[in-house]
Design a protein around this ligand. Sequence first.
Ligand code: GDG
Length: 464
Amino acid sequence: MSRLVVVSNRIADPRKTAAGGLAVALGQALEASGGMWFGWSGRIVEDGTPGQGEVTQQQAGAVQLVTLDLSREDHDSYYLNYSSGVLWPVLHYRLDLADFDSGGIAGYRRVNQLFAQKLKALLRPDDIVWVHDYHLIPLAAELRAMGCEQRIGFFLHVPLPPPLILAALPEHDWLMRSLFAYDLVGFQSQADVTHFERYASDELQAQWVGQHGWRAFGKTLQVQAFPIGIDVDEFQALAEGKDARDMLTQLRSDYARRRLLVGVERMDYSKGLPQRLKAFRTLLQNYPENQGSATLIQIASPSRESVDAYAALRAELESLSGAINGEHGELDWMPLRYIHRNVARKRLPALYRAAAVALVTPLRDGMNLVAKEYVAAQDPDDPGVLVLSRFAGAAEQMKEALLVNPYDTARTAETIQRALQMPLAERQQRHQALLARLRAQDVHWWRERFLRALQATQETEKEP
Ligand code: GDG
């Protein structure tokens, strides 16, 4: 069995609860193969030299955690300016928010070279390497240039937009070409795969060779959708914990005569938060029976606060939530509890379970794990209803949710009203179907399918 090497911008200690399902799932595969997880340490060296960084190694059970420090200049250009300031908005279809002139590309290349150089020194010939997300798209190309011949796979956690949106990126040709240095590229949804295929054939003149294969630059690349799941058992176990049970009791008594709605995300413009708050306001206006009853708890945990677009979003949400509570609040009831703080992971299941409706309405999302966590946390006898954006990758798998267009405020409000009034039998039926698929296509299924496909590329390439 080959050793697995996972590479991502940030790493998590898979033994910690706060790490979440993805870290646990990757941790299990790493554990089984005595693998290595490589990434940025989270440390910024203020007067560090660009293109250099110290590596720290630490053992977590059978897993080796290897982290790299970044100089201030590298961090700001690679992470803030290019990854967060250009790639994230473009990949989420927001050309209006991308700062193409920030000059971050040089640092992005430099850090990918630095990652490659440090990683190469630790790689063994028969390692299998799995690279994660948009921060590290050119990593395989850099590794190949240094002579690495290992199998390397890439998974993009965020969406891939259509070719004409990608083409706005000044470096799109270089970036997309560099994907051909991988053996396997995985996307979240079929829509993303379709966008890749159109780009590859129109812009790179790649040839479809059947069986998920695309040929260009003398190389065959496998491309497939691998929708990520959650660890249903881990999440349900979390729901059984003392913190979650205590909080559920508290929420049930606090909202005994009210209807609770919930939204949980990092504060990010891709998540459609202003649109959601407006739909909630329309719900209160158009369906007055909700006045004094429907209460939305919206968690928007702090994220990337030094990027301008995020500061602007925060100001907009603070003003909107103040307006909604000002217009609709009563002496003994506030419709919106807007919380710009992180909530402990062990408490999330209680929040989900207490809520009759979850609002998961991103403008674009690679997958969206909150939608899945909400379903996993429900009481199967009396489950809540998921209102889900058709623009979340999760919508491809979660057809039994109530799908909405988050830009359509009135229809979204109408759908939330329908969710609040849905009869028990229909709620149970929809939940049962959603949960069955959640279990069949969980995070372990995702990991195994990806690694099997990556392993299979090895076998095909070795054939004469
Ligand atoms: C990227 C893609 C894709 C949120 N607030 C708190 C908190 N969370 C947790 C949720 C969930 C996770 O963070 C968020 O996952 P998402 O999938 O919603 O979104 P991104 O962070 O944007 O992740 C996304 C994902 O990668 C995986 O491939 O699905 O499309 O954008 O687990 O529960 N957790 C805690 N406190 C919070 O306040 N503890």
